[in-house]
Design a protein around this ligand. Structure first.
Ligand code: HEM
Length: 274
């Protein structure tokens, strides 16, 4: 038996047998160190697949497409909920209360709503992060503008619509939360019932608010139309034959959503809903 030394205790091996000591994930041979030439060369380990995927432009485009899809689904549900206002005050207030109570008594009140809010906030941040990082990367790749005016949809008009549209939508959402969720800038105030907040918020005398909503919703529509079209391209579903149909689908979904949203403030301002 050969005595090897102390490593939190004495380790013995049978004569002639090389024992190994596990140190973390590496396996180190016991005994005198091997000559340098024999040692395994150090290979830098690549970053975990998840990180390298997020580093690639396609990975970031996928983040944008997935978070955008979640936001579109939220908008469809939100628009459908808003249209409840046409069923009267009781139906709308009931719907607003249900939003807070959904899942009860399985989970405490507001659990599902809080979850939705967290998912929305994460999606908005991830969507903005991927948009900004992709724009920066594109700028680094071509700091000098094309001499000729670009014809591609992904540049020029569309880029401006997406960037400035995105900023306007963000400002709109901030105002919108202060107006209808926290009601700090709403005449009905935080104590007002959801229906009263809507009716007082878009009253004829507050037409500039309605106008701001209409303009912001037009930006939402343009942003959505281009976003949906880009998502189809990212997902690789666009073919020569399908291009026209998918462009129409993007415009149709965005148009319906904008009209559905606009119907509420316009109906209140013009006295259809009182
Ligand atoms: C005319 C159009 C719209 C109307 C009348 C409207 C109405 C409302 C109302 C009444 C609430 C409060 C819900 C509650 O707390 O009970 C709300 C919340 C919210 N809205 Fe809108 N909305 C409109 C458009 C939009 C658009 C276009 C977006 C996004 C781009 C949006 C995003 C949100 C968000 C993020 C919340 C907060 C959700 C939460 O806290 O759970 N809304 N909206």
């Amino acid at each position: 038996m050969q005595r090897l030394g102390r490593l939190s205790g004495t380790i013995h091996t049978f004569d002639g047998v090389t024992a190994t000591i596990e140190r973390g994930s590496a396996t180190a041979p016991v005994g005198s160190p091997r000559p340098a030439a024999e040692r395994t060369p150090r290979v830098s380990t690549p970053p975990p697949a998840r990180h390298s995927r997020l580093r690639s432009s396609n990975g970031r485009k996928a983040v944008m497409a997935v978070t955008g899809a979640v936001l579109v689904l939220y908008l469809i549900a939100h628009m459908a909920g808003n249209l409840k206002i046409f069923y009267g005050a009781a139906a709308f207030n009931e719907y607003a209360a249900w939003l807070r109570e959904v899942g009860h008594p399985l989970v405490p009140n507001r659990t599902v709503l809080t979850l939705v809010e967290v998912v929305l906030a994460v999606c908005v941040l991830a969507h903005m992060w991927s948009a900004i990082s992709l724009a920066r990367r594109a700028h680094r790749a071509r700091p000098v503008k094309y001499a000729a005016r670009p014809k591609s949809q992904a540049s020029g008009y569309a880029v401006h619509t997406m960037r400035f549209g995105g900023i306007i939508i963000l400002l709109f959402v901030i105002w919108h939360l202060l107006d209808l969720t926290f009601a700090t800038v709403n005449p009905a105030g935080p104590a007002g019932a959801p229906y009263d907040r809507m009716v007082e918020g878009f009253a004829a005398g507050r037409w500039p608010v309605t106008l701001f909503y209409v303009l912001a919703l037009l930006m939402v529509g343009l942003h959505l139309r281009h976003g949906l079209w880009s998502a189809f391209q990212t997902l690789g579903v666009v073919g020569a034959r399908r291009e026209k149909a998918l462009k129409l689908a993007a415009a149709g979904v965005s148009g319906l959503l904008v009209l559905g949203f606009m119907a509420v403030p316009l109906a209140i301002t013009f006295g259809v809903v009182k």
